[in-house]
Design a protein. Structure first.
Length: 240
């Protein structure tokens, strides 16, 4: 089986992530995304996808092929690790890639389903696979630097009474007050103005996201690596 290949790939990815994190943080400070970072991200994602597909191939060879031979069914042409945005699309993906796995090995099917969005409540696997598919079909999927601001406002010495993203609250002057002190919003930024009675603090959050999404680059890579390793360990315990 390919367990040792997966372990080697994941160890390589974990080393690459250390360098990517350093470059990522430097790029945030410099407000610039070097082309080398995009290439490194793409390579890591492709290695992680290989780990997923290796797992799928071992499931097929050790569980599904013997079942299909004994049932007189044809070989499977291509095998990929199944994923889906929701249960319906996941079920279709399983039918294409790992047919009958739920009947043959319910625990293996349950393991694969446990990391799907409809089961775990996280979209990391769907985001990862979807973004990687874009990379493969459209060269490099660019990452973009994104800033967002939040603010806290409250009476001086009393702590914040309102916390919100910039622009989330729209109100005419005098419509909102904190302890009889009116809150006036800057019409351009949507952030309250500092006044003699109010303290306003503003935080700027900075991240790199994959273009056209709100998915942050480094957190997705780190989460995917951690979850793929955990899934691999559990799978090979089932296949042992």
């Amino acid at each position: 089986m390919r367990e040792s290949d997966i372990d080697s790939l994941l160890s390589h990815v974990e080393g690459d992530l250390t360098q990517i994190k350093s470059t990522y943080e430097q790029s945030l400070r410099e407000k610039n995304i070097p082309a080398s970072l995009q290439i490194d991200v793409k390579n890591v994602m492709e290695n992680l996808r290989s780990c997923l597909d290796y797992m799928a191939q071992d499931i097929v060879e050790n569980l599904i092929v013997p079942h299909r031979i004994s049932s007189g069914l044809s070989d499977l042409k291509r095998v990929y690790f199944p994923y889906g945005k929701d249960k319906q699309s996941f079920d279709r993906s399983v039918s294409r890639n790992l047919p009958d796995v739920e009947a043959i090995a319910p625990s293996v099917h349950a393991l694969i389903e446990s990391i799907q969005p409809h089961s775990c409540g996280s979209t990391w696997l769907y985001d990862f696979c979807s973004i990687l598919n874009e990379n493969k079909h459209n060269s490099l999927s660019p990452q973009e630097r994104k800033e967002r601001q939040t603010y806290k406002v409250g009476r001086k010495g009393a702590g914040p009474a309102i916390s919100a993203p910039a622009g989330a609250i729209k109100a005419p002057p005098g419509a909102i007050s904190i302890g009889e002190a009116p809150v006036v919003f800057d019409p351009n930024s949507g952030i309250p103005l500092q006044t003699p009675s109010l303290d306003v603090s503003v935080t700027t959050w900075v991240s790199f996201v994959f273009q056209g999404t709100d998915v942050q680059v480094y957190p997705l890579l780190a989460t995917s690596t951690e979850n793929i390793r955990a899934t691999s360990i559990k799978l090979y315990e089932e296949l042992a």
